[in-house]
Design a protein around this ligand. Structure first.
Ligand code: SF4
Ligand code: SF4
Length: 350
């Protein structure tokens, strides 16, 4: 049977009313979390300059519902592989606090799940085409209850970024994130490169250098994070968009599948508001690429992502960047093949 996706349309009254209506009328989704249970709420505050992230007041509404049921919610995220203030738990927590994600505003603790330096990384055996072992914080191995709150954005590699990406990248350890990126091997077109040095500054692996008036990427050092692609304003950093991006989304789908198979009860909420072309790691206060639509919720990760994607794209795929990126379409199909979820959904507008 097709999984249901509940949809609360945003009105002039704003995000709080939209989410309250969803929680009131699709409250059964959260009722699976029992009294006394530890419910991890996965979300991200985004990078320092991003403004589109899900605001603390909205997260608090979810926290309050769970507490009313007697559950013990906590919000969590993991450290990232990019340069910036989310590479370790100290800077990451200070950034979160500065954006208002303090325990008093959230109504629960905010935890960085993979330890101070992102070294809590446990191996779990899986059996997929690309990945045979996932690397996750130990929390993932013991967590039984999960709510995933995802701010919908575009993404430089996968086109569309929804719950799947939030789980696959956001619940992997730093080592796990690197493995997912490892199929990406960018190279620099010397014809297009103006030697500005921006990519060298931003590369977290010090993999880019200049010699004899040319800029090179050392592929042995490169961790495939794509930061150089977004940094280069001249489009001089090249990847194979079809092959590299398809393998990248396959790895993400495999990671998401491996992670979610560890966890018994799950609910996914996608916030289709303040949608930018780049994800919250890069976006800053970028122009929004479409109008706000509302919030989607489901117990099926693929159903919630596909319903959201379908409503946002309609007759024009705003995530394809003029037809160049098709990896998100491959991602939906591949995720179905490996049993991550069912992208054939039934939309229930509340
Ligand atoms: S950012 Fe682009 S133009 Fe600047 S050095 Fe790197 S590849 Fe060259
Ligand atoms: S070369 Fe580019 S993709 Fe590779 S690690 Fe550096 S910034 Fe990331």
């Amino acid at each position: 049977m097709e999984p249901e996706v509940y949809f609360s349309r945003i009105k002039k009254s704003g995000g709080r009313q939209c989410l309250s209506a969803l929680l009131d009328r699709a409250g059964g989704l959260l009722s699976r979390f029992k009294k006394g249970s530890f419910v991890g709420i996965k979300m991200t505050v985004g990078d320092e300059k991003s403004t589109g992230y899900i605001k603390p007041g909205l997260v608090r509404l979810v926290v309050e519902r769970l507490r009313e049921q007697g559950a013990r919610p906590f919000v969590f995220d993991t450290n990232v592989i990019y340069k910036g203030r989310r590479q370790n738990a100290v800077d990451h927590l200070n950034l979160a606090y500065s954006k208002g994600f303090t325990p008093d505003k959230l109504g629960c603790p905010y935890i960085i799940a993979d330890s101070v330096f992102g070294t809590d990384s446990q191996a779990v055996k899986v059996d997929f085409n690309n990945i045979h072992e996932i690397k996750v914080p130990s929390l993932v191995k013991v967590l039984e209850d999960l709510v995933v709150l995802t701010h919908i954005t575009g993404h430089i590699m996968s086109g569309f970024a929804g719950s799947l990406k939030n789980v696959a990248m956001g619940m992997a350890s730093r080592a796990g994130k690197q493995i997912q990126h490892s199929s990406l091997k960018p190279a620099i077109s010397t014809k297009q490169c103006a030697l500005c040095g921006l990519c060298m500054e931003i590369c977290p692996a010090s993999a880019i250098s200049e010699a004899s008036g040319k800029v090179f990427i050392n592929s042995n050092r490169c961790i495939g994070c794509c930061e150089c692609i977004s940094a280069c304003k001249l489009d001089a950093v090249k990847i194979n968009w079809k092959e590299d991006a398809n393998i990248f989304v396959e790895r993400m789908a495999e990671y998401a599948c491996g992670i979610l198979s560890q966890i018994r009860r799950k609910v996914f909420l996608n916030f289709a508001m303040d949608i930018t072309q780049e994800c919250d790691c890069i976006s800053g206060d970028d122009p929004r690429i479409t109008e706000d639509r509302g919030i989607f919720a489901s117990e099926d990760i693929m159903a919630v992502d596909k319903a959201c994607f379908d409503m946002l794209t309609g007759t024009k795929d705003i995530f394809s960047r003029g037809g160049r990126i098709t990896a998100h379409l491959h991602q939906f199909e591949y995720a179905r093949q490996i049993g991550l979820g069912n992208p054939d959904y039934r939309l229930v507008e509340l």
